[in-house]
Design a protein around this ligand. Sequence first.
Ligand SMILES: Nc1nc2c(ncn2[C@@H]2O[C@H](COP(=O)(O)OP(=O)(O)OP(=O)(O)O)[C@@H](O)[C@H]2O)c(=O)[nH]1
Ligand SMILES: [Mg+2]
Length: 343
Amino acid sequence: MKLGIMGLAGSGRSTIFEALTQNHGAESRKVEDRTASVKVPDLRVDDLAALYQPSKITYAQVEYLLPAFTTGAERKEGADVFNYVRNCDALLHIVRNFSNNGSGPATPREDFLKLERELIFSDFLAVDKRVERMNAERAKNKKIDEQELELLTECRKVLEKDAPLRSRPELAGAPKLRGYAFISAKPMLALFNNDDSDTTAPSLGDCFPSGPCEVVRGKLERELAQMQAEGAAEFSREFGIEQSAMDRVIRRSHQLLGLISFFTVGEDEVRAWTVKRNSTAVDSAEAIHSDIKKGFIRAEIVSYDHLIRCGSEQEAKRKGLSRLEGKTYLVQDGDIICFRFNV
Ligand SMILES: Nc1nc2c(ncn2[C@@H]2O[C@H](COP(=O)(O)OP(=O)(O)OP(=O)(O)O)[C@@H](O)[C@H]2O)c(=O)[nH]1
Ligand SMILES: [Mg+2]
């Protein structure tokens, strides 16, 4: 599961990538794609670790991709201009909201819309071409997938109105359309990259209705990411950074991908496991090992809140707060699970 970073030239993509991934690197490397896996900060994991004092602590992870060659001038004309994030599961759209580096006043709403319209147009070209071709085939009495054509025609209507496919979840998630990997169908987080002294989010008005947004001060955050713990604490105080904004962005990224975490606990290891929302217990078992799925008997579950409140699994059990669930149970974010299986 991977997030692709996009944004207009000079919006701060490299800066944000380095802040997110603590990747010390040259200011702007354009020759190669850069990817990095980042641990998802999770206070629940910290609390569980305090309770179990395990030898090993493992957090969930998300992966970021900073594609090379992403600025307008370098892109080819045509429907495949966004191929560089085609195989990403979600997008981080960096929007410049800083002006103190000589790049002129920030125009976040305009900038956001500029790229958003490009995304929409790129999908429109692909859809339009496909619809025309299918119609032509049908006219020649060739057999076509009528359902697919219907869905694509609906997509075209949406895109014609300058709306992204993500605004229509039933289209964005339609299994028949998955192979097209439409860019405007991918979940997107808008990330405003602010001046050092500014922590407010600009308004996107109605051009990103109910879309998730975060504000970061990219330059500050990159400096913070490159500091040693001690200096970082001092620096955070000085600039009023309460909890690293990047932690928030990473957590939001994890959610944006439609992922949740369940935990396994013990003296050996406290570990967060990542599964798609609405995964069953038996499929979640597979995240750990295919044998656990094969030999699945039951899942013993206590919620994070109950476990922390009770202080131990035994106490949670005594209070009747731990449950035995079967294969089809839908795992909830924050479940602490002990799988019973037999191989
Ligand atoms: N003041 C301020 N300047 C920033 C911020 N983020 C980035 N910059 C500056 O803006 C310029 C562009 O930042 P980059 O991170 O290189 O942006 P980019 O999107 O990767 O740009 P290109 O790859 O060159 O298209 C650099 O001079 C950065 O130092 C920020 O949060 N505040
Ligand atoms: Mg760059």
